[in-house]
Design a protein around this ligand. Sequence first.
Ligand SMILES: *Cc1c(COP(=O)(O)O)cnc(C)c1O
Length: 389
Amino acid sequence: MKKNSEIVSWDEYTRIHGGKQIKTINPSIQSGSTVLFESYEDLVLARSDKYPGVTYGTGGLSTQKDFESALCKLENGHSSFAFSSGLSAIINTLMTLTKSGDEILLCDNVYGPTARFCDSVLDRYNIKTTHIPSNVGANISEYVSSDTKLIFLESPGSNTFEMQDIRAISKFAQQRNITTVIDNTWATPIFLRPLDLGIDISIHSATKYICGYSDMLMGCVTVNEKYSKQYHDFYHSMEKYTNPQDCYLALRGLRTLNVRLRTHEKSALKVARWLQSKTVVDIVLHPALDSHPQHHLWKRDYSGSAGLFGFVFKKAYSEDDMALFVNALNMFGIGFSWGGFKSLITVGKYKREGKVKYQGRHIVRLNIGLEDPDDLIKDLECGFNYLND
Ligand SMILES: *Cc1c(COP(=O)(O)O)cnc(C)c1O
């Protein structure tokens, strides 16, 4: 191709590294709107949707693709998609797969905003949500109707940590051609690969362990071959993409996910077992403990446990008592979200299947970070001094 050589092009002013590529271990952060085509012929292909590559910045640039392909390998999926937050990944997945007249079965212990979206937004589009028990398994058949399009799982679920029998549910759903989706944020692909157990779609709030530093928000979805095209088309139509800086950080997080999780796991188990020995504590809600009602499911399907778990006090303490306990802690930050290096605490009363769980007692949720677990135990011990047993 002959170019007009008398004009100094803009490219020549901006080619500051002399055209030589500088190699680094990590990919570069590629940000951009315009994607340059090589030729007029490519432009014609792009116009008719036949161009094989990305045609515009909203299509997701190289840093996003790098993250998605790394995640896809970890999840053993067919394709992965990045979103600006975990909830955005959930919302868009539900919208991809449902239409007016459909019914969604939603486990009762899903992340609160997931249920809120179903009940307040999908409802307006004539998509019905039925809340099903958090420990559902082969009895899923009792809840399915002729309109059931999708079953949404979260195992262990938010705050109360009940688990579902993923294998039994996915087996039943496959026979009935019902789509199965799981929020896999707790286990990460290191401890559970849902697609290997027959689940169609696995979602993460990458904000949590994948990122690991509490300094960004992101979500991601991995789908099997059956749903790849449908998902890709919806993603494209909704013009979803994620900013390259966040994709870079999420990709960097994936590199250390395995080692971080092993430390979270060990420390959380140490704190959980110590809590079991305390007289103020009634139940520790941790799937890797024998005492967890669905411990056998965790043992069968998961290769490890994360750093997030809960516990319930023996007594029904007052709000003032809880304030004394929580405010006494030095190591634990008080705040939402989890999966980062810093330990965090939240306390709440949660409803499951319409009833307040544990007779109105508080459920404490701990995010065990990367600090020395003995320091965390000392800190909790100090907090417990404010509670009479
Ligand atoms: C935090 C969380 C989400 C939402 O993720 P964001 O990135 O904060 O939007 C979804 N599912 C679970 C289980 C979560 O803990």
